[in-house]
Design a protein around this ligand. Structure first.
Ligand code: ADP
Ligand code: MG
Length: 547
């Protein structure tokens, strides 16, 4: 029990660091169980891992805080932020989120019990155990933190409001389909962020969002009541406007709109369909047997673009592959910003067409494919394009941002539109991935690690994930690695197409969500979306596709 742990740590004081290993196992405290899962072998190794189970009769969560899955995720997220605050300055660390509310392995509610997973740098004087500090951490700070998480101890109104906010966001997102929308931005929302490196809302000078009347939609939400905002309808939406008028800021908010945000973020009621995928050019990525023939034909190399592979894609072929792969993974909502596209894949103006004839040009620009994508495959596109009027011809609605305010300019832009002949978009082939090419082991051991938000190390491979801008939390990168391992080890690849394998994985995770993903993985991780799992797989250099 806890007295025994304190005594043990005192006895260990001054002995060699390796003796910490003997702590492995369960320790019963009056209010909770501490399990020492894995102990670091020296003071410089990655932190040790512990878990804590606080039983329901101690946490005293009301049913309303956790019975519904959405509120359960929100309450867990609220509590882990609280735990994180309580541990300020401690050696104990708990993984808590930023502006998004995600399904996080560090804090889970199961049957009303609270399960926490933490890291701790076990203290040492050089290579000797510092038993006094260890005792303070595990026998004082930890119980204090546990105490602070009990429902009677927290600001229950704030916790309930947190869950209400998340529930409203989810309700709003769930309504999109019925309303024929792919996205919604509420009046009063604050879209801009504090800086390019801060995800916090812009302060002071931010112009709140205000919908143009013709695009205004009102929705009833369980807690906020009736809210109004701009609905972005299914189909092709063009966002235009002068430079610096807020186009990219709006699109970024829609990218993040697939996730829920914390109260006060400003984007709580800015949502997009959960299949929304940001598409961008990504020069240099590899492509493994992807069908990009709708976009690219007759390459000077003679390569078969219906079964296209490269170690080093160009801007346009990488963007074409990104679109095909997003559709393959199941997305029917594409978000595209001119700032990060390959211009030659997006547009070709009349003068260029006169100079370079069709048979010399391998690329079919997206402008000729966006309508067939919609008509034949049900794909909606939200596109930021301030530099060319070519998309006037194909857009269903056109929104102009002027001084950060959206205006519906569909009619006036239509007057400037001309006739356009569409190309064909054949459904890209479904690929079956060779399970043996997705191997999480390196030197006989499973290796899933990340470097910042840039690289996922998966077995022997480093995957460059910098272009996956909808990975919003470091833990999701690990979550992607765990999902890839699961797909391979459970035999879901190889027997199924990639889309079917992702369906099967989602089904297996079911309501257990992130906890079903880890399988004994010691570190922190967060549930990722299927689109990022697929995207990381597609960037795995060892990936092989079977037919
Ligand atoms: P665009 O893509 O149209 O060139 P951006 O979206 O990049 O414009 O925005 C330009 C600048 O304006 C950015 O610094 C952004 O933070 C700021 N900004 C965007 N929307 C707002 C807003 N609603 N209120 C205040 N500043 C904004
Ligand atoms: Mg921009």
């Amino acid at each position: 029990d806890d007295a025994r742990l304190a005594e043990e740590l005192r006895r260990m004081d001054g002995s060699s660091y390796g003796r910490y290993k003997s702590l492995t196992g369960d320790w019963t405290f009056p209010d909770f169980t501490l399990t020492v899962e894995r102990v670091q072998s020296d003071p410089f190794a990655p932190p040790s891992r512990v878990s804590v189970r606080i039983p329901a009769d101690v946490v005293e969560l009301p049913d309303d805080a956790w019975h519904a899955p959405v509120r359960r995720r929100a309450t867990a997220d609220y509590l882990v932020r609280r735990a994180h605050r309580e541990l300020k300055g401690a050696r104990l660390r708990i993984d808590a989120g930023g502006q998004e509310v995600l399904d996080r392995a560090s804090c889970q509610i199961r049957d009303g019990d609270l399960h926490l997973r933490l890291g701790i740098e076990m203290p040492g004087h050089g290579r000797r155990i510092d038993g006094g500090t260890a005792e303070r951490e595990l026998c004082e700070r930890l119980p204090d933190m546990v105490d602070a998480l009990r429902w009677p101890e927290i600001d229950t109104a704030e916790a309930a409001a947190f869950a209400d906010t998340v529930e409203d966001t989810c309700a709003l997102r769930d309504r999109l389909e019925d309303l024929g929308l792919v996205a919604f931005a509420a009046d009063g929302a604050v879209l801009p962020r504090r800086s390019g490196v801060s995800d916090l809302p812009m302060q002071g000078s931010a112009v709140p969002f205000r919908s143009p009347e013709s695009l205004r939609v009102s929705v009833d939400l369980p807690h906020a009541g009736t809210v109004t905002g701009m609905g972005i309808a299914e189909g092709i939406t063009l966002i235009v406007g002068g430079g610096f008028h807020g186009k990219s800021t709006l699109l970024h908010a829609l990218e993040r709109g697939a996730y829920d945000h914390v109260p006060g973020d400003g984007r709580e009621l800015v949502v997009s369909r959960d299949d929304a995928v940001k598409i961008r050019a990504e020069e240099g990525r590899q492509v493994e047997r992807t069908d990009i023939s709708a976009f690219v034909r007759n390459l000077p190399t003679g390569a078969d673009t219906a079964d296209f592979s490269t170690e080093n894609a160009s801007g346009s072929t990488s963007q074409a592959a990104n679109i095909s792969e997003a559709l393959e993974a199941g997305s029917r909502t594409l978000l595209i910003d001119e700032d990060t596209t390959a211009t030659n894949l997006m547009i070709r103006d009349a003068r260029m067409q006169r100079l370079v004839h069709g048979d010399r040009e391998p690329l079919t620009p997206f402008v000729d494919l966006v309508r067939p994508l919609r008509r034949d495959h049900g794909v909606s596109t939200v596109l930021v394009m301030g530099g060319s009027g070519d998309y006037f011809d194909v857009a269903d609605q056109i929104v102009m941002l002027d001084g950060y305010r959206p205006y519906d300019v569909t009619d006036s832009a239509r007057e400037l539109a001309s006739e356009r002949t569409d190309a064909d978009f054949g459904a890209p082939a479904d690929r079956v991935i060779d399970a043996r090419s997705v191997d999480a082991t390196a030197r006989g051991k499973s290796r899933i690690k990340r470097r910042d938000m840039d690289v996922l190390t998966f077995g022997e491979n480093d995957i460059d994930v910098r272009s996956l801008t909808q990975l919003v939390d470091p833990g999701q990168i690990i979550g992607v690695g765990l999902a890839m391992r699961r797909l391979a080890e459970d035999g879901l690849l190889g027997r199924h197409t990639l889309a079917e394998a992702l369906d099967a994985l989602e089904e297996r995770l079911g309501d257990d969500g992130v906890t079903a993903l880890g399988r004994g993985f010691a570190g922190d991780y967060v549930l990722p979306r299927r689109y990022e799992i697929a995207a990381a797989l597609n960037r795995l250099r060892s990936l092989r596709v079977q037919r």
